[in-house]
Every structure is written in structure tokens, then in C-alpha cells.
Write a protein that binds this ligand. Structure first.
Ligand code: ATP
Ligand code: MG
Length: 449
């Protein structure tokens, strides 16, 4: 086969054999966030470019090198979102959500676009689960947002992950820090890349986040911002730690964390794993007390995090964490011949209306081929339906797990089958409970409704 093209570099397809994992993960994330009071917000995949240059910051890697920006047919500069916070913050302002009771807690699952060098855990189209909490300066909010990410990893059973926190202060304490940083990097100018030389003038802190090996080495010995915090910022940071201690959330302080986006202030944090190679940061976030003002609003201190879905998936795989299996068809009906096929269609229709996951032959294959197919699908029960059975008004249902065969009345089939299938599911539930298996009850019951 000569394909005319393949998927664009740095993009991934999620195939039907995998998508139930994504679906499970996504609904789990949204459900946990919902328990914490974060409601879903959906914003467009593209925005006016200035939203990102202003919020993410024009000296960041994201804005300087990674954005998918184009001019649309109306001559506007448009950018595919590289992250989720800016769009959520714009929507918060545009729809006057600051007039609603604060804090406004939102969450989202979005695709993001960054023109990066693709490698394991680094894509050009990736997905983020993010939360934002608008309108609170309290360190309790920092702890709550961190505890939500922590709860997600805990719920999924992830072990090899640790939380690192830092404070990068406010614009006030950063003034002193910037001059110290500038003086330090001035003395090492010859070892900085050309982008960092420009950053040295405009925003020396950005050098700390440069991925260039030589810059990284120089940065590793640079003064750290935590030594320059003003009293308020220090107090805030100490209080965040007191909350985390109280909530028994383990963490370490990493004075090197600065995060790659300009809008951060005070608390920044990362959940890092050693199991998934160089791109070990699965979740990153922090406070952005000045962002809403930067976008034209009033002072609304806020914070949030972004969690990379692909990295989370890699982490689950690397730790051998099994997600629930895809739903199997409850019943496969294998008709022999055209008349039986019509009956199979009618029975399927009735059962589907009762919420049973039924499949029947829509190819016109031999019974042998159909049974092979039903096996591959993992159907729980099968029925072979011949003209004889239809004439007699009796059909035989086979339990594929036990081999047991039950005869049912054709005219009463939907009710009789439904009853048997409910009984079987109740039995499965009981077995699972006595085995001490971890059961997702809502998914289980959903399968029965
Ligand atoms: P990194 O330092 O790895 O480039 P970042 O600081 O650019 O990450 P953020 O902008 O804070 O990352 O995004 C939050 C999360 O989104 C990251 O922790 C990561 O899990 C995920 N992420 C970011 N960029 C990518 C990418 N190119 N491919 C896959 N996931 C990504
Ligand atoms: Mg990055």
C-alpha cells in the first residue's frame, strides 16, 4: 500500500483498542475534580495570538519557539492553544465570572499544540487535564490544588511520583532577584545560547528554564529565588507547607523550579516521576496572581495546574497499572440465512432499547466465521439462530465463560435474556466483592441499565 501521507510529526492516534483507557482516565480526572468542586470549562482550540504572548510571556520558549501561529483568511493572527490557563482566564474575564461567588473553580481536558522536538513524552499535539482556581490568595488554596493532583495519583495507584515545590516570589521580591541573576549570568555570558543572551536583558529568570545543555549547567549554580523572597511571600510559602504537612502530603522543596511560563508568582510545583525517562514532569502548576490584571481585569489572585495526559499514560504503563478493561458485548446473535438475519435484527433492536450491548452479523458470514468473530469481541453470551429455531420459537443462549446453554422462548427472548444477564451481573458483582477486587460500581451498574 502506498499511503499518500501519514500523521503529522509529533501527533498520535488513539486507536479503538486503546481509547477506553483514555476515556476511563478522562472521566476519572473529571470526577475527582468535581468532588473537589472544579466544574468543567470548554474554550476554543484557537485564540488571538496576543492572548498567549501577553500571558505566557514573549521571552518564554513557548512563545519564542513553540507556538502554532498563522494568519487566518481575515488577516488576524491566530494561535492554536499551547496550554489551557490563558483561554480559561480569558473566558473568566469575558463572561464576568468574577461577579459570581469566588473562588471560581474550573477544570478542563484539552488538546495543546507546541512545535517541539518530538520524543518520548514530548509531542506536538498533546493533551492536558488542567484546573484553575480564580479569586483566592490564601495558601489553603495552593494546598487544595496540590492535594487534588496528589489525590489523582493516589486514586490511580501511582507510586513512583514525588511532589516538588518552590516559591518564585512576587514582582517586588523578583526585582532584587533579577539584578542578582543578571550579575551572575553577565559573568558567564560566553556560555549562554543566543536566545538566552537576549533573555539576559529582558527576563533573566527565563534562562533558568532553557533546555540548552550549556545554559542548563550555568543555571544550575545561579542564585535561587527562594533566598530573595519578601516577608509576605516567605510567609505565604511557609503557610503552604504547613497546610501540606497537615494534609500529610509529602513534598520536597526544589529551589531550582521556576516553570516555563511567565505568569507564575509565589508557589510553583511539579509532580515528577523517574519512571518515564527525561520528560518526567507529569504535572506542573502554581500561582499566577498577576495574570488576570495582565489580561485587562482587576486584581484576582489565582492558581492552577496542567497535567499531561500522555505522560500520565506512560507513567501508568511503566508502573504496570491496569485500567479497567473495555466493555465486552453482552450478547452476539449469529443468524443462519436471510430470514434469521431479519429476526436477529429485530431481537437486537429490542434488547438495545433495554440497554443491552448486543451485536449481530452485519457481514453475511458463515456461522463458524461469526463465532470466531464473537470470540474475538469477547461476547459474554451467544445465540446461533437458524430457521428451525425460529419455526419452533425456541432459541439457545450459550454462556461463553461457562459453556452453559439456556433455552429461551423466542417471543419472550428480550425479557428472559435481560433477566438472566442481570442475574449474571449480580453474581459477578458478588464474586468481585468476595474476591476483594477494586470495583468501579457506577461503571458496573451503568453496564446493567
Ligand atoms: P517541559 O518542561 O517538560 O517542557 P513545561 O514546563 O513546558 O514542560 P507546562 O507548560 O507546565 O510544561 O505543561 C504542563 C504539563 O503538560 C507538563 O508537565 C507535561 O506533563 C505536559 N506537557 C507539556 N509539554 C508537553 C509536550 N510537548 N508533550 C507532552 N506533554 C507535554
Ligand atoms: Mg516545555
Amino acid at each position: 500500500m502506498a499511503l499518500i501521507t501519514k500523521a503529522a510529526r509529533g501527533t498520535q492516534d488513539v486507536l479503538p483498542s486503546q481509547s477506553h483507557n483514555n476515556r476511563f482516565l478522562e472521566s476519572t480526572l473529571l470526577e475527582i475534580a468535581d468532588e473537589f468542586g472544579f466544574k468543567e470549562i470548554r474554550t476554543p482550540v484557537f485564540e488571538h495570538t496576543e492572548l498567549f504572548t501577553r500571558s505566557v510571556g514573549d521571552t518564554t520558549d513557548v512563545v519564542q519557539k513553540e507556538m502554532y501561529t498563522f494568519t487566518d483568511k481575515g488577516g488576524r493572527s491566530i494561535t492554536l492553544r499551547p496550554e489551557g490557563t490563558a483561554g480559561a482566564a480569558r473566558a473568566f474575564l469575558e463572561h464576568g465570572l468574577y461577579n459570581e461567588p469566588l473562588p471560581q473553580k474550573v477544570c478542563y481536558l484539552t488538546s495543546c499544540y507546541r512545535y517541539e522536538k518530538p520524543q518520548a513524552g514530548r509531542l506536538r499535539e498533546f493533551h492536558q487535564f488542567g484546573v484553575e482556581c480564580f479569586g483566592t490568595a490564601s495558601p489553603a488554596a495552593d494546598a487544595e490544588v496540590i492535594s487534588l493532583a496528589n489525590e489523582i495519583f493516589g486514586f490511580l495507584g501511582v507510586e513512583d511520583i514525588h511532589l516538588e515545590i518552590n516559591s518564585i516570589g512576587c514582582p517586588e521580591c523578583r526585582k532584587k532577584y533579577h539584578s542578582a541573576l543578571k550579575a551572575y549570568f553577565e559573568s558567564k555570558k560566553d556560555r549562554l545560547c543566543s536566545t538566552c543572551l537576549e533573555r539576559l536583558e529582558k527576563n533573566p529568570m527565563r534562562i533558568l528554564d532553557c533546555k540548552n545543555p550549556s545554559c542548563k549547567e550555568v543555571a544550575s549554580e545561579a542564585p535561587v529565588v527562594i533566598d530573595y523572597l519578601c516577608d509576605d511571600c516567605r510567609e505565604h510559602f511557609e503557610s503552604v507547607q504547613a497546610y501540606l504537612d497537615e494534609m500529610m502530603i509529602p513534598y520536597s522543596i526544589n529551589p531550582q523550579i521556576v516553570r516555563g511560563l511567565d505568569y507564575y508568582t509565589r508557589t510553583v510545583f511539579e509532580f515528577v516521576s523517574d519512571s518515564i525517562g527525561a520528560q518526567g514532569t507529569v504535572c506542573g502548576g502554581g500561582r499566577y496572581d498577576g495574570l488576570i490584571e495582565e489580561l485587562g481585569g482587576s486584581h484576582v489572585p489565582s492558581l492552577g495546574f496542567g497535567m499531561g495526559i500522555e505522560r500520565l499514560m506512560l507513567l501508568l504503563e511503566s508502573q504496570g497499572i491496569k485500567l479497567p478493561e473495555a466493555k465486552r458485548p453482552e450478547l452476539y446473535i449469529a443468524p443462519i440465512g436471510e430470514k434469521a438475519s431479519l429476526t436477529a435484527a429485530r431481537l437486537s433492536q429490542a434488547l438495545r432499547q433495554s440497554g443491552v450491548a448486543v451485536q449481530f452479523d452485519i457481514v453475511g458470514r458463515s456461522v463458524k466465521a461469526q463465532m470466531k468473530y464473537a470470540n474475538k469481541l469477547g461476547a459474554r453470551f451467544t445465540v446461533v439462530l437458524g430457521d428451525d429455531d425460529i419455526a419452533k420459537g425456541k432459541i439457545k443462549v450459550k454462556n461463553m465463560d461457562t459453556g452453559e446453554v439456556t433455552e429461551m422462548d423466542l417471543e419472550e427472548f428480550d425479557e428472559e435474556f435481560l433477566e438472566m444477564s442481570l442475574q449474571q451481573s449480580a453474581q459477578d458483582l458478588q464474586d468481585a466483592v468476595s474476591n476483594g477486587d477494586n470495583i468501579d460500581l457506577s461503571a458496573f451498574l451503568g453496564g446493567l441499565m
